[in-house]
Design a binder for this molecule. Sequence first.
Ligand code: ADP
Ligand code: MG
Length: 256
Amino acid sequence: MITSTQPLLVVDGVSKSFGSNHVLKDISLTIRRGDVTCIIGASGSGKSTLLRCLNRLETPDSGVVYLDGCPVGMKWEKNKLYEMHPKELAAQRQAMGMVFQGFHLFPHLTALENIMQAPLTVKKEKYEDSRKAGMELLDRVGLVEKARFYPHQLSGGQQQRIAIARSLAMKPKVMLFDEPTSALDPELVGEVLWVMKSLAQDGMTMAVVTHEMAFARDVANHVVFMDGGYIVEEGAPESVIGNPQHERTKSFLSRV
Ligand code: ADP
Ligand code: MG
């Protein structure tokens, strides 16, 4: 049963190894509706793997992720959890928009067509409906005037804003961002963070892997510091970033 007080995402004891490399070690994490959770930590600490376990781009070795109370990628049958059919998983994944470091836009489609593509093909929306929604999303990311531009005619910052709009077009319940500004020239970072901040202010639930500490401090209500596959420290940004308790958090923050 879905209730409004039920957390949107619950990570319950997730572990993941690649060969002998134990990357996630019994991770548990709760993300509530409207939360902006920033995941910080050194390169290799398991941040991307954790994010990818949320929508099952990586399959956890053990542990379960719940979306709205339902196990992601798994189904209860006769009191046991089984792997669900890929089609059912695809439907669950639609609820989790993902934005990566690289923008991965379709090069042969315009900005507007990129945004309309999934609603048209996956959701079988009517052309006019998805065009109208696409233009609204372009407006939301401040790029209405670029509707007919192709990705190669856009800056990295503009491409990333289109990638965000494209994710939003599927009306996700949560947006997952994996270092969305790391590939950008410094002068283009701000416009992408601005779009993300406005999404957060509109109440979008977001999990953001980032090295942008100012963004984490200003926009997140929850900061998670990872090190060596563990969540070492988590809490409000004022605590984790402003007044870290653990040596490893202090040492990481002194280096970024
Ligand atoms: P972060 O995002 O914090 O930099 P990652 O989750 O990408 O960390 O990686 C954590 C560890 O897992 C690293 O040692 C990385 O090499 C390893 N790893 C990540 N993905 C894979 C994969 N698909 N196959 C093998 N090793 C991987
Ligand atoms: Mg990463």
